[in-house]
Structure formats: structure tokens, C-alpha cells
Design a protein around this ligand. Structure first.
Ligand code: ZN
Length: 474
């Protein structure tokens, strides 16, 4: 009867599924044995990976090794800076991988790293790039190749400058909660019960674990390394796309647009020791004159001052840059090395918690640093080339005169503090006076990139000498 036939169908279907799962399993666990089979293993991976590649061309490098093999496919974009950034990050991943397996002594164990990418055209002056790396290895017996982890790196490169556009220059306003709601709904819809327990922690704006790229149609969010789904599905990489129309009001319309006139003189104002009750007024003045600046904030002030988070977010929203000035204003060379490093680390976490973004620069209290210490701090160290001495004179005229007396200020970094009312008054006069002389006010990172045409490197001390030249010298 009908029941019997239905039962038979069910058994046949189950068998078919079992057989196909077995075949798929055999294919995936067969892995590779030698150089030529690794080449075809990698080729199969790239072919079946279903990445979207709509910008630039590609470049592949396949290296077989007895214990560790790599197959890396990367995009080649029109902007050299972008290619450099992609290759440096990928190179670091590869080095770490090779080191890990070079040192693994378990007999017969093999591993491979497979890197592939997607590129997206966008309606903005930006290209989205996703680099997906999958790590596979055999068990100790040298059999059964399986996925051990996945890692996504996402970039949104300006097509004008090649520089990876920061999140604050893509989103605007109070987007974080709205973004979270949309991402959660999209993940729930796509993955349903496949979502892991605790997956919502990863979309918390304070510790947001997603990486995002702009595409032709929306913002695509990635969650790698089985952070929201198990590695059994899609190798543990979950993604969802929020359409641009749903993010209306939260996206800037000048994404990727270079705001700096590289033919004009540039000066970088820097404010140390904040946030304070004067920070808001400094931001008002900067806004009034469409000027940007860099704030070197103290972790302890962020923790102690009510509303500090809002101030720091405002700094970013006004295209200013945030660096750390340590947590408790320790003179780093006067304390134990471990204490100095812990203090910096704590300040970084405090800023990340307040803004959702890591500080991009570091200025040591008192300007005291050694190269040895700097080597252990993974942030560029920024000193200055014009000292306003605002901390000593606390006088509007003197502060202003000390800056203006610097003569040619093109390429210079000015030391100021955000804790004196005299400084606030001084910049209200200084900024328009310098603008009249043809200066534009940029952040320190923009100064290094656009004035000095340099790539910013961590572990480097940028001192008085670096920030001093008359435009014609270069
Ligand atoms: Zn200081």
C-alpha cells in the first residue's frame, strides 16, 4: 500500500543522502599526497569556492611542502597602496602558519593554508575586498584532512587613495544599535537553528566581531572561525548582507572620497591629556572651521569622566583621530617594562570599549620613550615638532605666539593639551589665522600619508626630525 511505498522511498532517499555524504567526505578527506595532487587540490578549491571577483585581476601562488603547503590567490587592484596592504597581511598569516607546522613534530601530520578572495564594485569611491583563508590539517596519523579554522580579512579601499577606509568614515550617526538589529535579523533568517549558543555576543557593538565590506548592493558582514555557526556549515564562515536602502541615514555619502588637497600646506594639531570638560568646546571650534585634529587620550580620564564615550565618538564623527597617551600618564621609562606595557594595553582596551575602534597612534607621556619599548608597543609613536608650551604658560597670547613663531608650519605637528581654557581660546584664533595663510588642518595619519607620502608603520618613533621640512626639501 501507500505506507509501504512511502517507507521504501524514505529508505532510498536516506541511502542516497548517506552515499552522497560519504562521497563528499571521501573527496574532502582524500586531500593530496604530493606536489601535483596539491596543485589540483588547490585548483579544485578555487574553482568550487564560489567567490565573487568583479574588480581587478588575480594572482596565484601555490607552494607544496611535505608538512605544510600553501595556495594563495590574491587580487591585484589599480592602487598600489591597497595591494601592499593585502600582501603584507597575507604574508604575515602565511609566516605564522608555516612556523606553526614547521615546529609540529607529530609524525606524518600535514597541513595546508588555502587563501581566496572576493572583490566588489560599490556605488561609492571604494572597492570591497574579502580575503578568506581556510586552514586544513590531517589528524596525528596523517589521515583525514579536516578544516581547523577560517579567517576573514575585509577591506574597503578608497579608489582615489588606495587607503583602507576606516569604519567612522563609512558610517555616521548612532548607527551601532541599528546595525546590530539588522545584522541579527539577517543572520537569524539565514542560519536559524544553526546559530551557536551565545552567537549574539558577537554582534554586541562594544565587542563587535564582524568584518564588513561594501558591495554593489549593500554592506556584507562576515563572522569567521566558527564564531556564530559551527565549522560544520560553510567552514564556519557566516555572512549576511544588509541592503544600502535599509542602512539609509547611517552611511556617509562621501565614502572613499579624498578630503585632502595634497597641493595645500598641512599642519596637524594634537591635543594631549584629555578627554576633559574642554574637549567638547575644542570640537565645537574644529567643527566651526572644518578642521581636523588628533586627540591623545588618557584611559583614566575616559573611565572617570561621565559622558566621555560620547565625546570620543564625536571626535571620530568629526574625522578626528584618536591615539592613546597611556592609561595613567606614567613616564614609561621610569617604571618596570611590564608595568609600562600593561598600562598602554589597558588604555587601548579603554578606547576600544568607548568607541568600538582601536586607537591608531600612541604618544608617550612627557615624550619619553626608548626604541626598545616602542618595539613592544604595536602602535606608531608620535612626538611633535612645534611645542606651544600651553601647559607652562596657560596664556592665550603666548600659546598662539609659540605656534605662529614656528615659521613654515607645513608638515608640522603641534603639541597642545585639551585641559586648559587658554588653549581653547588660543585655537579659536590660531586656526582661522593659519587658514588665511593657506594651511589645512589634518590628522597625524593623514599628514604622514598625504604630506610625507609614507606608509605608517608601527614600532617607529616619529619625532621632531620627521615632522620638520620645508615643502621644497622633498
Ligand atoms: Zn601628557
Amino acid at each position: 500500500g501507500f505506507k509501504k511505498r512511502a517507507a521504501a522511498m524514505l529508505v532510498i532517499t536516506a541511502l542516497l543522502i548517506a552515499v552522497s555524504v560519504l562521497i563528499v567526505h571521501m573527496i574532502t578527506s582524500a586531500g593530496y599526497r604530493d606536489e601535483s595532487s596539491f596543485a589540483s587540490y588547490a585548483a579544485d578549491y578555487f574553482r568550487n569556492n564560489d567567490m565573487e571577483q568583479s574588480v581587478g585581476r588575480g594572482e596565484q601562488e601555490i607552494r607544496y611542502g611535505k608538512t605544510a603547503s600553501t595556495a594563495i590567490s590574491l587580487p591585484v587592484l589599480k592602487t598600489g597602496v591597497s595591494n601592499k596592504v593585502i600582501r603584507r597581511a597575507s604574508g604575515a598569516e602565511k609566516t605564522m602558519f608555516l612556523e606553526k607546522y614547521r615546529n609540529s613534530r607529530s609524525g606524518g601530520r600535514r597541513a595546508c593554508m588555502l587563501t581566496d578572495y572576493s572583490t566588489f564594485n560599490t556605488p561609492y569611491s571604494a572597492v570591497g575586498v574579502v580575503i578568506l583563508t581556510k586552514y586544513e590539517s590531517t589528524d596525528a596519523g596523517g589521515r583525514n584532512m579536516g578544516v581547523r579554522g577560517t579567517h576573514v580579512t575585509a577591506y574597503n579601499f578608497s579608489t582615489q587613495t588606495g587607503i583602507d577606509v576606516r569604519k567612522e568614515r563609512i558610517f555616521k550617526g548612532d548607527y551601532a544599535e541599528a546595525e546590530r538589529g539588522l545584522v541579527e535579523r539577517a543572520l537569524r533568517k539565514k542560519y536559524g537553528s544553526d546559530l551557536k549558543d551565545g552567537w549574539r555576543d558577537k554582534t554586541d557593538p562594544d565587542t563587535f566581531a564582524g568584518k564588513f565590506v561594501l558591495t554593489n548592493t549593500g554592506v556584507r558582514y562576515y563572522f569567521d572561525n566558527a564564531s556564530v555557526i559551527s565549522s560544520g556549515r560553510d567552514n564556519g564562515v557566516a555572512w549576511c548582507e544588509i541592503k544600502y536602502r535599509d542602512l539609509k541615514g547611517y552611511l556617509r555619502d562621501d565614502i572613499g572620497v579624498c578630503r585632502i588637497d595634497t597641493t595645500k600646506k598641512m599642519v596637524a594639531l594634537t591635543f594631549d591629556d584629555g578627554p576633559s570638560r574642554y574637549t567638547g568646546r575644542i570640537l565645537d571650534i574644529l567643527k566651526k572651521y572644518h578642521a581636523e585634529a588628533t586627540f591623545f587620550e588618557l584611559g583614566i580620564n575616559i573611565d572617570r569622566m561621565p559622558g566621555s564615550g560620547r565625546l570620543l565618538k564625536r571626535e571620530l564623527a568629526q574625522d578626528c583621530e584618536i591615539g592613546t597617551h597611556s592609561y595613567s600618564h606614567l613616564y614609561l621609562t621610569s617604571v618596570k617594562r611590564s608595568r609600562a606595557l600593561a598600562d598602554i594595553e589597558k588604555s587601548r582596551e579603554t578606547i576600544k570599549k568607548a568607541t568600538g575602534c582601536e586607537p591608531t597612534l600612541f604618544r608617550p607621556p612627557g615624550g619619553v620613550i626608548t626604541q626598545d619599548l616602542e618595539n613592544s608597543i604595536d602602535l606608531p609613536c608620535i612626538l611633535w615638532s612645534v611645542d606651544s608650551r600651553d601647559w607652562a604658560n596657560r596664556n592665550v597670547k603666548k600659546t598662539m605666539r609659540n605656534v605662529m613663531a614656528g615659521g613654515d608650519l607645513d608638515g608640522r605637528v603641534v603639541l597642545l593639551h585639551s585641559i586648559y581654557p587658554s588653549t581653547v581660546e588660543a585655537i579659536d584664533k590660531m586656526i582661522p589665522a593659519l587658514q588665511k595663510k593657506g594651511y589645512q588642518f589634518v590628522t597625524v595619519s593623514d599628514m604622514i600619508e598625504y604630506r610625507y607620502k609614507d606608509e605608517i608603520v608601527s614600532n617607529k618613533i616619529y619625532g621632531n626630525k620627521y615632522f620638520t621640512f620645508s615643502g621644497k626639501d622633498r
